[in-house]
Ligand binder design. Structure first.
Ligand SMILES: Nc1ncnc2c1ncn2[C@@H]1O[C@H](COP(=O)(O)OP(=O)(O)OP(=O)(O)O)[C@@H](O)[C@H]1O
Ligand SMILES: [Mg+2]
Length: 214
C-alpha cells in the first residue's frame, strides 16, 4: 500500500481540497483508496459522507476508529488529510507513514512563511534526508494574472522539491467540496480545465507508484 500524506500546518492552505481530489483521481483510476482523516474537524469525512453512491468508491478511516469499509481486497492507497497546526509527535507520526508527501501552498506571505518553516522542520527528519519520502509542492489557488502568483512560483522554485502542479482558484473546487465529488467525477465540459492542471501532479504521483495513467 502507498501512503500519500497531504500536509501544511497553515490553516486553509488547501489540504482537504488536495486530499479529496487526489483520492477521487485514484478511485477513478480503479485504485482501491481509503481517505484517512487525521483532522478532528473531520472535513474529509464529511465530504465522504456526502459522496453520491454511484461515483467510484472511496473508503474512510479516522483515528477514533470510525470506518467506511471498502468491499473486497485491501486498499492500494491510503490518502491522509492532516489538520492545521500539525506539529510535534502528530507530525512525526504522519511523516513516519508517508511514502509521498504533498504540500499545498497558497499565494500569500503568511502561507509562504509558514510553509518555509514547515519544510525546514521536516528537512531534519531522517526519512526526508535519506530521500525516502517523495515530496511534491502544489501551488494552490493560483491566478496567473496576479503578482502574488509570480511571487509564489519564485518562492516554491527555491526549494529542492519539485513543484508538481499549479491549481487555479475556482468555484469548481468549492462545489465539488459541497457535493462530495472530485473534479475527476465531473463531466468533461465542467472538469476538463482542471484535469489539465492536475495532469503534471497525477503523472508525478503515478511515477512514484505504478498507477496506470493517461
Ligand atoms: N483552488 C481552489 N479554488 C477555490 N477555492 C479553493 C481552492 N482550494 C481550496 N479552496 C477553498 O478554500 C478553503 C480552504 O481549503 P481547504 O479546506 O482545502 O484547506 P485546508 O488546508 O484543508 O484547511 P484546514 O487547515 O482548515 O484543514 C475551502 O473552502 C476550499 O473549498
Ligand atoms: Mg482541512
Amino acid at each position: 500500500m502507498q501512503t500519500l500524506v497531504v500536509a501544511n500546518p497553515k490553516g486553509g492552505s488547501g489540504k482537504t481540497t488536495l486530499a479529496t481530489n487526489a483520492a477521487g483521481w485514484l478511485a477513478g483510476r480503479k485504485q482501491r483508496v481509503v481517505l484517512a482523516d487525521f483532522d478532528p474537524l473531520r472535513a474529509a469525512t464529511e465530504w465522504l459522507a456526502r459522496r453520491p453512491p454511484l461515483f467510484p468508491a472511496i473508503g474512510g478511516w479516522t483515528p477514533d476508529g470510525a470506518k467506511r469499509e471498502l468491499k473486497g481486497e485491501p486498499p492500494q492507497w491510503l490518502v491522509i488529510d492532516t489538520p492545521a497546526e500539525l506539529h510535534g509527535e502528530s507530525l512525526r507520526d504522519a511523516m513516519r507513514r508517508a511514502d509521498i508527501l504533498l504540500v499545498p501552498v497558497s499565494p500569500s506571505a503568511f502561507d509562504m512563511g509558514a510553509t518555509r518553516h514547515f519544510l525546514d522542520q521536516i528537512s531534519e527528519y531522517k526519512a526526508v534526508k535519506k530521500g525516502e519520502i517523495a515530496i511534491g509542492l502544489v501551488a494552490m489557488r493560483v491566478d496567473p494574472r496576479t503578482i502574488s502568483a509570480g511571487e509564489l512560483e519564485e518562492f516554491l522554485e527555491g526549494f529542492d522539491y519539485p513543484l508538481v502542479a499549479h491549481l487555479r482558484q475556482t468555484q469548481v473546487y468549492v462545489y465539488c467540496a459541497r457535493d462530495g465529488l472530485s473534479v475527476f467525477d465531473l463531466p468533461r465540459s465542467r472538469g476538463e480545465q482542471d484535469w489539465e492542471q492536475w495532469r503534471p501532479l497525477t503523472r508525478w504521483l503515478a511515477r512514484q507508484a505504478a498507477v496506470k495513467n493517461d
